[in-house]
Design a protein around this ligand. Structure first.
Ligand SMILES: *[C@@H]1O[C@H](CO)[C@@H](O)[C@H](O)[C@H]1NC(C)=O
Ligand SMILES: *[C@@H]1O[C@H](CO)[C@@H](O)[C@H](O)[C@H]1NC(C)=O
Ligand SMILES: *[C@@H]1O[C@H](CO)[C@@H](O)[C@H](O)[C@H]1NC(C)=O
Ligand SMILES: *[C@@H]1O[C@H](CO)[C@@H](O)[C@H](O)[C@H]1NC(C)=O
Length: 292
């Protein structure tokens, strides 16, 4: 299905693919998995403030999960989850792995809680069609998984205000729909990815111990030096190479070029003469014609 969508995307407009994705999602999944999904999500989250008390799985009427706090369905009378917003509820625990069974999910907001542990390394399998992922202001630790680069529909990715460390996977720059990306206030180091649009600003990277590269300061050290070294060497090499080529060209082709010029001139004269000739003929024809 993802392949079909990718093909369509190559051929047609982004909007068309989005529509196809929605159709793919809406046609191919049973809804019982979504109930199971929310059950496991509920089980894996500690909810000391009781915000999730409305998550009662005993009432099995169609669409009952759509009334749960923070759950938005595709249709209010169908148990198929579109978005989950569980922001600022004091939730504790790890990233809810069971989310993978909400197979039609397009948005997940777990921001401003006390969630901890790593972001699952296989997150792209769990959130294949997600367009918005907000895990900001939690206690997530470990590295940012490079598999996020496979969540190709992501528009919004917010990971700021956590305890994420290590490098930002440069593959994230392949997310060509990204409009919002923030990783400020973490423990990240190294070069930042290059995104297709310029909307990611220095603020989105602020308060990390060692990030570099556009829009921040360029990365220091070996890489840059060797790059400028290569450029200088290439420039010097280029100059001598060009000089040699010019020399060779001059040596081999100058006589011929001169010869050609000499040949060209008579030819040009011939041509000019032949024009004059035809003109002359035409004129004489005209004269004889008029004379009649
Ligand atoms: C089940 O949920 C539906 C929709 O929220 C509600 O109308 C109905 O009264 C509930 N039934 C029970 C037994 O709680
Ligand atoms: C998702 O659902 C399948 C089938 O019900 C189950 O085997 C699997 O363990 C679920 N995944 C998670 C992470 O709960
Ligand atoms: C993305 O998916 C492809 C194909 O499933 C896989 O080969 C690749 O390793 C994944 N990339 C990342 C960064 O996980
Ligand atoms: C970039 O940001 C500006 C202002 O915030 C907004 O108007 C514009 O649509 C954004 N562009 C993209 C490609 O997201």
């Amino acid at each position: 299905m993802a392949f079909r969508c990718k093909d369509v995307e190559l051929l047609a407009h982004t909007l068309i693919c989005s529509l196809v994705v929605l159709l793919c999602i809406s046609q191919s999944y049973a809804t019982s998995t979504d109930i199971y999904c929310l059950k496991t999500v509920r089980q894996s989250l500690k909810d000391p403030n009781g915000y999730l008390s409305s998550w009662d799985f005993n009432n099995n009427t169609e669409g009952f999960i759509c009334k749960f706090t923070g759950v938005e369905c595709w249709h209010p009378d169908e148990n198929r989850v579109l978005n989950i917003h569980l922001s600022d509820m004091g939730l504790e625990g790890e990233f809810p792995h069971g989310i993978e069974n909400c197979t039609s999910l397009t948005g997940l907001d777990l921001s401003s809680n006390k969630l901890s542990g790593p972001i699952p390394s296989d997150i792209s399998k769990r959130l294949e069609f997600v367009t918005s992922l907000d895990l900001s202001t939690n206690r997530f630790s470990g590295e940012i998984p490079s598999s996020l680069a496979n969540c190709t529909y992501l528009n919004i990715l917010k990971l700021d205000n956590n305890q994420l460390k290590g490098n930002i996977p440069l593959q994230l720059g392949e997310l060509n729909r990204i409009k919002t990306f923030s990783v400020s206030n973490n423990l990240l180091t190294g070069p930042v990815p290059t995104f297709h649009n310029d909307n990611v600003t220095a603020d989105d990277y602020a308060n990390n111990p060692g990030l570099c590269g556009k829009p921040l300061k360029s990365c220091p050290g070996i890489k840059k030096k060797s790059q400028s070294g290569i450029i200088a060497a290439a420039a010097a090499g280029g100059v001598t190479f060009t000089a040699i080529i010019v020399g060779l060209v001059l040596y081999y082709f100058k006589p011929r070029a001169l010869k050609r010029k000499k040949e060209d001139d008579p030819e040009g004269n011939k041509w000019a003469k032949s024009i004059k000739g035809t003109k002359g003929i035409k004129a004489s024809i005209l004269v004889t014609f008029l004379a009649h």
